[in-house]
Design a binder for this molecule. Structure first.
Ligand code: NAD
Length: 525
């Protein structure tokens, strides 16, 4: 047992393991409920001074952070690869670059988005009022993050929360705590005070303790199941939450698509990060006229992918994060095969590389009765179905509880965009997949079971502040006409006034003006 604020809590430990080699990279104490409460208390105490600095000074801290990260990019990428298993190039592209660009976006735009703004209004009855919009930080924001993008997901959220003037308590995934501690080190070096950004290593229990603590808002990224639990806890005290949850992203290859380009896109979209991406291509629908060629091209390209340790240059496919995740993928494959799916390539473990390496797998003869077309697989599997026309492609894509992202593939952009508008998803890409996450201006988030709210861009930054409307009357000595003292004729006067405001023709307006003036005269105002 240890003591925090005179409260006892049980210490348990988590181990960070390199999924490619099984090497234990480090062991850490997990935060218990008392430690979480103490961290939130420290954050609350430190937050006002951080807020008082103002956005411009905090932008300066982000600028320093960006330069420090740029200098240390190779070290940071190596640590990500060691802890999460992804190829080094992906650690640079989908983690370090995304964070550098998120910092760039906030450095360039945070002041403009968060500054106090006048709010002109068009209600003539209220013309004495000057309105302003203020953006106030929530106070303490809790962030709970997953293991699949252990640097870029928490960092983009943390940067936005901090620049808006909040203090942050981050509970990273129990599988990838070390890279979160690295983020803390980088931000501390850049000038973020220790209590303003704290990292609490721990498992689901630590996450539950954070969700139940006195935080002012929670940004959660993870599975739908955990997201639902968080929403229940949040509902108890109306804690505002952003939920970035799972996906089952469809890829629709239209009749006029380029098979070579679309098949390369499918293989990358389905297999990058070994398929462990919320925005992965999880199911693919191809126009029947292209189906045979497309499937053949995907198989050929999947077979050529280089599997191995992400630290080796040239590796394209790393391991599953752990045995549990590998088993989920295998159980989806088993279910699909029992229902008639055919494995065209892959479908096996590649134990020569390590215990949790799965071969990139292409599946045909799939349908929507299979778990692999309904549930998030989160592994290197590309199930492909054919469709006969755009309407059927759209229907199949929308036949899902998820709605994170989708992609449409075509040589005719206008055609692609027409189809894209019909897809139920937070993001639809035309002729690419996954990469929208690296556009810092673009909002990220889902519809249906894929979540609530947005991260990234203006919308992600606005999630980190409370909007306050400051309404200031320019004529302090004037009693308002709508206050008490209604009198028997007031309803009639009000009707004339409404006619005056909203009449459409000049004739009606003149008539209403005469009535209104008469009414006011009778009121002797
Ligand atoms: P997970 O839900 O198991 O865990 C996510 C985080 O929640 C971890 O830090 C975990 O410790 C914590 N947690 C677990 N139980 C908790 C509880 N009861 N209360 C509070 N916190 C709890 O998810 P995961 O396996 O780490 O991540 C994979 C999932 O995340 C996939 O479904 C993936 O699609 C999703 N994801 C979504 C996005 C997105 O932006 N929409 C991005 C990446 C990953």
């Amino acid at each position: 047992m240890q003591m925090a604020n005179n409260v006892e809590f049980a210490v348990s430990r988590i181990a960070s393991v390199n999924p490619a080699t099984g090497e234990v990279l480090g062991e850490l104490d997990t935060a218990g409920p008392a430690e979480v409460r103490a961290a939130v208390f420290r954050a609350r105490t430190a937050q006002p001074d951080w807020n008082v600095l103002g956005v411009r000074k905090r932008v300066g801290v982000l600028r320093r952070f960006q330069q420090i990260l740029l200098a240390l990019k190779s070290d940071v990428a190596r640590r990500i690869t060691q802890e999460a298993g992804k190829p080094l190039i992906e650690a640079l592209l989908t983690e370090v670059l995304v964070v550098l660009d998120a910092a760039r976006y906030l450095i360039d735009n945070a002041f403009e988005i968060l500054r106090e703004q006048k709010l002109p209004h068009g209600n003539l009855a209220m013309k004495s009022k000057a309105g302003r919009i203020l953006h106030e930080p929530f106070g303490v924001i809790g962030i709970i993050s997953p293991w699949n993008y252990p640097f870029s997901i928490p960092a983009t959220e943390v940067l936005a929360a901090l620049v808006a003037g909040n203090a942050v308590v981050l509970k990273p995934s129990e599988l990838t705590p070390l890279i979160a501690l690295e983020l803390q080190k980088l931000l501390s070096e850049a000038g973020v005070p220790d209590d303003v950004f704290q990292v609490l290593p721990g498992d689901g229990a630590a996450g539950a303790a954070l969700a139940g603590s006195e935080i002012d808002k929670l940004i959660f990224t993870g599975s739908v199941a955990t997201g639902r639990r968080i929403a229940q806890v949040a509902a108890e005290r109306l804690l505002p939450v952003v939920l970035e949850l799972g996906g089952k992203d469809p890829m629709i290859v239209l009749e006029d698509a380029d098979v070579d380009v679309a098949s390369s896109g499918a293989v990358w979209g389905a297999f990058m990060n070994a398929g462990q991406t919320c925005l992965s291509v999880e199911r693919c629908y191809v126009h029947q006229s292209l189906y045979a060629d497309f499937v053949g091209a995907c198989c050929e390209k999947a077979r050529k992918l280089r599997v191995g340790n992400g630290m080796d240059p040239g590796t394209e496919i790393g391991p599953m994060i752990n045995e549990r995740q590998a088993r989920v993928v295998e159980s989806h494959l088993e279910d699909a095969q029992q229902r008639g799916a055919r494995v065209l390539t892959g479908g096996v473990r590649l134990r020569e590389f390590g215990p949790t390496f799965l071969a990139p797998t292409v599946l045909a003869n799939v349908d929507h009765s299979m778990r692999i077309m309904q549930e998030e697989t989160f592994g290197p599997v590309l199930p492909i179905m054919s469709f006969s026309d755009d309407a059927e492609g759209v229907r199949l894509a929308n036949d899902s509880n998820f709605g994170l992202a989708a992609s449409v593939w075509t040589n005719d952009r206008a055609h692609g965009e027409r189809v894209a508008r019909q897809i139920q998803a937070g993001t639809v890409m035309v002729n690419d997949a996954v990469s929208c996450f690296s556009i810092s201006e673009a909002p990220h988030g889902g519809v249906k079971s894929s979540g609530l709210g947005r991260t990234h861009g203006r919308w992600g930054l606005e999630e980190m502040v409370r909007v306050k409307y400051l309404d200031s009357d320019r004529i302090p000595r004037m009693k308002k006409i709508w206050w008490f003292g209604y009198g028997s004729g007031f309803a009639g006067e009000m009707k004339s006034f409404l006619d005056l405001l909203y009449a459409r023709s000049l004739r009606e307006k003149v008539k209403a003006a005469v009535n209104s003036a008469g009414a006011l005269w009778r009121r002797k105002l």
